[in-house]
Ligand binder design. Structure first.
Ligand code: DAH
Length: 340
């Protein structure tokens, strides 16, 4: 048996002598020392060996393995050195050239804020269901208490698809989908892209981002809603933030509110972002309308809820003091590189 081991050793060394490049060396190494290599397969002779000789045989195979590994490593180092020397001695090699500057990417500010918001809400027990961007009229409008002849349809100019569906104009359809899928009570947020057929300016984009929130439980209150919104905003801005609450009309909530925050681009003085008012509409919200609960398959006498629709793009503008919404989805690297 020892002959076999010796024979493998001689063969391996002979082949090693002949190797002149690293790729061949690697192949040879796998052939001898790989899991199914020549050395490993020596172990199959173990069963023909008398018991008392087995430990010695095992040791010899192991020694061979280590010895060969050492030979391969040494040979590898020699070959690598040779390759390097060849490069250095190339007449065109210029060691004074500056090194290549690898550009480093970074997360888009929208992604950063979305992840922050998700983390804040997860700690408050919210789930984050998925739902479609191309929606039916039912989920985007009707179920949200906006029938076909309702004037509120004009508030959201819509991209209609050829098949009669549409690109969701807000994240609110997520509310209905969730009501139909989950068993209450629950808390959920739905971040996502929304689309509107808009005239573009510093504060209007055809594609922008929102985060919808929905809580369904027994006896939920406006106080509960306002508290959660304050936690959210102050966590995001990491400071006390001036906010104000006004009554607001949205067909899917009753009562409905507009939560404004002081414009952080101009600190309330007035600029193009806040239309010179010093305040930015950030967060419409309210108690879920009974018709909406019904459309979601819930009995409004038993269940109640609150909801909000946070304008994410606007929040990013406030947080990073960006004065034109068109920068956000514009894809200009000079803009994006500033968020390293
Ligand atoms: N979906 C509304 C929009 O995009 C925003 C909104 C308002 C969402 C009030 C809500 C809400 O959940 O309660 O204009």
């Amino acid at each position: 048996m020892s002959d076999k081991i010796e024979q493998v050793k001689i063969e391996a060394n002979a082949e090693l002598e002949k190797v002149t490049d690293e790729a061949t060396l690697r192949e040879l190494e796998i052939r001898y020392l790989g899991k199914k290599g020549t050395v490993a397969s020596l172990m199959k002779f173990m069963r023909d060996i008398p018991n008392e000789e087995k430990p010695l045989f095992g040791k010899k195979v192991n020694d061979l393995k280590q010895e060969l590994q050492h030979e391969f490593d040494t040979r590898g180092a020699v070959l690598r050195n040779k390759t390097l020397m060849a490069e250095v001695q190339d007449p065109f090699f210029d060691p004074t050239l500056p090194s290549m500057d690898e550009p480093v990417g970074n997360l888009h500010p929208l992604t950063v804020i979305t992840e922050e918001i998700e983390a804040i809400f997860r700690t408050m027990g919210f789930v984050i269901p998925d739902y479609p961007e191309a929606e039916s009229e039912f989920f985007n409008f009707e179920a949200l208490n906006i029938p076909g002849d309702h004037p509120a349809r004009d508030m959201q100019d819509t991209f209609w698809l050829k098949d009669g569906n549409l690109l969701r104009t807000h994240t609110s359809p997520g509310q209905i989908r969730t009501m139909q899928q989950l068993k209450p009570p629950y808390r959920a947020i739905f971040p996502g892209k929304v689309y509107r057929y808009e005239a573009l300016d510093a504060s209007h984009e055809h594609t922008f981002h929102q985060v919808e929130g929905l809580v369904v439980d027994k006896n939920v209150s406006v106080g509960n809603l306002i508290h959660s919104m304050k936690v959210l905003i102050e966590e995001i801005f990491q400071r006390k933030v001036n906010i104000r609450l006004r009554p607001g009309y949205f067909p899917f909530v009753e009562p409905g509110f507009e939560l404004d925050m002081e414009c952080s681009v101009c600190q309330g003085k007035g600029c193009s972002v806040c239309k010179r008012t010093g305040w930015v509409e950030l967060l419409p919200c309210g108690l879920v309308h009974p018709n909406v609960l019904r459309a979601g398959g819930l009995d409004p006498d038993e269940w109640s809820g609150w909801a909000f629709g946070l304008g994410l793009s606007r929040l990013v503008m406030m947080k990073y003091e960006i004065d034109d919404i068109r920068h956000i989805m514009g894809g200009d690297l000079r803009f994006l590189d500033q968020f390293q």
